[in-house]
Design a protein around this ligand. Sequence first.
Ligand SMILES: CC(C)=CCC/C(C)=C/CC/C(C)=C/C=C/C(C)=C/C=C/C=C(C)/C=C/C=C(C)/C=C/C=C(C)/C=C/CC(C)(C)O
Ligand code: SAM
Length: 387
Amino acid sequence: MSAQSAKSQIIPPVLTDSLPLALRLRLWRNRLVASPRFRQLIARLPLLRSIGNRKANDLFRLTGGFIFSQVLLAGVRLGLYETLQGAPATTGVLAAHLGIPEGRLRVLLRANVCLGLLLEPAPDLWVLDDAGAVLASDRGLGAMVLHHAMLYRDLTEPDHLLRTAGAQTELRQYWAYVRDMGTGGPQAAEVDGYSLLMRESQAMMADCILAAHDFGQTRILLDVGGGDGAFLAAAADRHASLQLRLFDLPAVADRAVCHLESLGLGARTRVHGGDFVRDPLPDDADCVTLVRILCDHDDSRVAALLANLHRSLRPGTTLIVAEAMDGTSEGARLSAAYFGFYFLAMGSGRCRSAQEIAGFLSSTGFQAVRTVTTSNPLIATLVTARR
Ligand SMILES: CC(C)=CCC/C(C)=C/CC/C(C)=C/C=C/C(C)=C/C=C/C=C(C)/C=C/C=C(C)/C=C/C=C(C)/C=C/CC(C)(C)O
Ligand SMILES: C[S@@+](CC[C@H](N)C(=O)[O-])C[C@H]1O[C@@H](n2cnc3c(N)ncnc32)[C@H](O)[C@@H]1O
């Protein structure tokens, strides 16, 4: 007996007669789809064949996903997309520039064409396709792809990761505040890596948030867990009279001071170092943002952080939670699947739905809780509320 059928026999049977009709239909359909003879029949019927092939391609996309990710990682590491930015190139030119033998490079280039990253308009001539053009122009995306190398190593035994709480993973080390929770915070050298990644990957996030919420009426904006200040800088760029406040761990706050000063924003900014769960937060802002913050933390810590915000902020202050959230759109579902495993490897946090986040805000005492969809739910959804 195969391991799979042995397992299905030890799961207690459900009384199928008592299941709702939709579920019984699903079980009937699953039995059909599982039958090789049914699939052979579908393959012979032209209209249904295309549905069958689409399902097969979807499953193949999952099966080959790791390989496709390695194609992308190789392209980013080699600087392939940057090299092709602005002009096409031949295999020979690329081989000399990237230091890869032509025959082997062609394997990478062809895979890139098949995956929608490059086009081959004439034999042995390569140019960026839409996705390659986005990658070449967005430093943050490239940085994300590079840092995935750690995640891939953490995921080599995904079943082990699922079974083992507190597994020692590379991502847990990388996100030093997860490892050092409640111990006064990590040292400067330990926050450099993730702070730079967050700064570089902020552009798409900030575009989404600033297009979805009008900060035109805001006088003072406090970004809690604001990292190097990249979100504040993007907001300041659009709203010339906005005053800026940032709160983050002391080692990150030091970086934010330098970064915001280097952008000429020093005079508009006050930066505070501390622990956002335990320390009082500045209370002079009329709007407070939590960008990619709640998702990092387990429920009890989210509740403690929101309670601290509620204690610290003045009544009437607007609170905005912005992060990738679980939901029904394709983007939200992709994010939920990605971040679900990302947070397992990181050892903390959860990708929550807007409803769950709204529930946390309401039960902490925040009022007028609202969900705001953005132009791209893959990147972020907002939940806003009033203290
Ligand atoms: C004009 C003519 C002739 C034709 C135009 C045709 C046309 C309409 C083409 C479309 C072109 C277009 C607009 C393309 C747009 C593409 C975009 C916007 C692509 C965006 C892709 C975004 C991606 C892949 C985002 C990936 C994000 C990742 C992997 C984020 C990871 C985040 C992490 C790990 C965060 C960590 C923080 C923590 C720990 C969770 O708190
Ligand atoms: C995922 S990053 C997001 C940074 C920024 N908001 C962004 O979207 O680019 C999480 C931020 O929360 C900060 N953080 C984590 N734990 C903290 C704590 N206990 N007190 C203050 N800041 C904290 C980290 O230092 C980091 O800058």
